[in-house]
Design a protein around this ligand. Sequence first.
Ligand SMILES: O=c1ccn([C@@H]2O[C@H](COP(=O)(O)OP(=O)(O)O[C@H]3O[C@H](CO)[C@@H](O)[C@H](O)[C@H]3O)[C@@H](O)[C@H]2O)c(=O)[nH]1
Ligand SMILES: O=C(O)[C@H](O)COP(=O)(O)O
Length: 209
Amino acid sequence: MGCSAIIPAYNEAKTIAPVVKTTRNHALVDEVIVVCDGCQDQTAILAEQAGAKVIELPYNQGKGAALLVGARAALHSVLLFLDADLIGLRDEHITNLLNPILNGQAEMTVGIFSGGRLTTDLAQKITPSLSGQRALLRDLITPYDELASTRYGVEVFINSLAREKGWKVLEVELFDLTHRMKEEKFGLVKGMQARMKMYWEIAKSLTGW
Ligand SMILES: O=c1ccn([C@@H]2O[C@H](COP(=O)(O)OP(=O)(O)O[C@H]3O[C@H](CO)[C@@H](O)[C@H](O)[C@H]3O)[C@@H](O)[C@H]2O)c(=O)[nH]1
Ligand SMILES: O=C(O)[C@H](O)COP(=O)(O)O
């Protein structure tokens, strides 16, 4: 089984290149697709220079839509979802996410940050099920058009699919990995506003609105 990495990105020029490079160089990864979700910065060109196939969405459609477009474009049957704002991504993180799928032990893995930074570790200890670092079988999610409107509710949507269909899901530790928080990207006030908007989108997915 081959593996396509899908990296949704909305203005992530600061971090996209190293994320793509590490993923591209991994022995288990056969292609890297960056879906630029209406980016207004240099993300697309930097991703391409780092070795990714780039799909540019004409306007911002949210993470769920970006992942669905990437999943449907993927050439391989195992998908690796990685956020574009990761800091400290290493080979072993990707191996830990992919191995249980390639060995047939799980249909989805969910990666949990540990030992990285207290704030991001803590966030994932409280809500492990929201992690964007995952591997899963492509054909389990490509049929679902509904993904396109989930925005930040995409993980909640995928988790409920997993429960409903009885997928075997394994959590794996991603040691020393972290990401840029919204407050670091946008400053304290705008960052917290963006966080509230994200929680609202997650809540909508939780309640099925
Ligand atoms: O409209 C958007 C917004 C975000 N992204 C990308 O999606 C990823 C995650 O977005 P981010 O804003 O970094 O999310 P976090 O604040 O880190 O949110 C956490 O919680 C989210 C909701 O469960 C998950 O999607 C994230 O993976 C998880 O890190 C990044 O690569 C973004 O560039 C898009 O492609 N389009
Ligand atoms: O549809 C497929 O799954 C591809 O043709 C082959 O994918 P693979 O590289 O995962 O075998």
